[in-house]
Write a protein that binds this ligand. Structure first.
Ligand SMILES: Nc1ncnc2c1ncn2[C@@H]1O[C@H](COP(=O)(O)OP(=O)(O)O)[C@@H](O)[C@H]1O
Ligand SMILES: [Mg+2]
Length: 337
């Protein structure tokens, strides 16, 4: 078992917090979030846990890394304990539209939905809120089904994740206010109907619907902000711009109460390549630059850096490469000298 070898601080973080069931890697696009998500899922599955790695990314990047077509196919078994799922948000929207059409036909007892209503349905589905709500719904469905020991949520790039979080907060406050208003109104209505000796006030459909939307959004954003059950790791690479962005992003995530479990540094030039005789000046120069950024990372983030992962000679795709990445992250990837 990998954990019995000298595990990295990243591995120890998992072993020390078995209650953390939701795992996410955040960071800008292209830094290694999908790679780390897949390798982490692989490692946890090797440890005997039942793991789902999933994404709502329309780019189908889990299909790329596992070299399997899993897009929109539900949870697909990769190894004994490892499952991967790519949610097709568009398909969810289409299914929702079909449901609306069917209902319109049924209620009006007609065979085809009139053109002007078709136009309206098409316009509504172009709304970003529609896509978000489809995404929220699928994440909630997956997580609340509770079929797995660990859920690795392969996030969209940082900006989008923050956007979802901020939307969740805005929706929540807005719905909170409306709910309160409607509840007050309802109290008043009940009083009036008691005075009039009416049997019962009609059930408040809108209030029920609002509360339903609210609880779904809350379930989705709770996964991101749950201090006890969520581990959120930041991915960074030793480059000037990324360091600046990471500090800013970490501060923003703090504002949305997303607990940061630690940092993982990717694409560190391997020692054997940059030390010794005959290192080409080009490479020596890049290594020197990277060394400066690593120094700064150690200063700024210190013990919060849980693993250093080397730059490999090729892309990480296919199970043998994922396994190698898992080994680097959880067993070998200590501090560079
Ligand atoms: N340590 C590494 N060595 C070599 N290639 C890497 C490494 N980490 C990531 N990559 C490659 O970089 C690309 C971007 O990584 P990916 O995990 O898709 O990033 P993200 O999900 O953050 O956009 C992929 O082609 C991946 O195989
Ligand atoms: Mg990705």
């Amino acid at each position: 078992m990998p954990s019995s070898d000298a595990p990295t601080a990243l591995a120890r973080e998992f072993l020390a917090h078995p209650e953390r069931r939701y795992v996410m890697f955040g960071g800008k696009g292209g830094l290694g979030k999908t790679t780390f998500s897949a390798a982490t899922a692989f490692w946890l599955a090797e440890q005997g846990h039942k793991v789902l790695v999933f994404s709502v990314d329309p780019q189908a990047s889990l299909s790329d890394i596992f070299q399997r077509d899993i897009f929109g196919k539900g949870a697909v078994r990769i190894t004994d304990n490892l499952f991967a799922q790519e949610i097709d948000a568009d398909a969810h929207i289409k299914a929702y539209q079909d449901e609306i059409r069917a209902r319109i036909r049924e209620v009006n007892n007609i065979d085809a939905v009139p053109d002007e209503i078709e136009d309206y349905i098409a316009a509504a589905s172009a709304e970003p809120a529609m896509e978000e709500s489809a995404i929220f719904d699928s994440v909630v469905d997956i997580v609340s089904a509770g079929d797995y020991d660990f859920y690795i949520y392969d996030l969209v790039p940082l900006g989008h994740a923050l956007y979802y979080l901020s939307m969740a907060k805005v929706y929540d406050e807005w719905i909170g206010k409306i709910t309160k208003l409607r509840e007050e109104m309802r109290e008043y209505e009940e009083m009036v109907s008691r005075l009039r000796r009416e049997k019962e006030t009609q059930e408040d459909q809108i209030l029920a619907e609002l509360q339903d939307i609210r609880s779904r959004i809350n379930t989705a954003s709770r996964v991101l902000t749950d201090r006890e059950h969520t581990a959120f790791f930041f991915v960074l690479v030793p480059e000037e711009m990324i360091l600046l962005d990471t500090a800013k992003a970490a501060e923003m995530f703090g504002r949305f109460d997303v607990p940061i479990a630690g940092y993982v540094v990717n694409r560190v030039l391997p020692d054997e390549l940059i030390h010794g005789d005959g290192v080409p000046p080009y490479l020596a120069n890049r290594a020197e630059m990277q060394g400066r950024h690593l120094g700064r990372i150690r200063r700024d983030f210190g013990d919060q850096v849980l693993a250093y992962v080397p730059e490999l000679e090729r892309d990480i795709t296919g199970l043998p490469m994922i396994e190698r990445m898992a080994q680097l992250m959880y067993v070998d990837g200590g501090r560079p000298s």
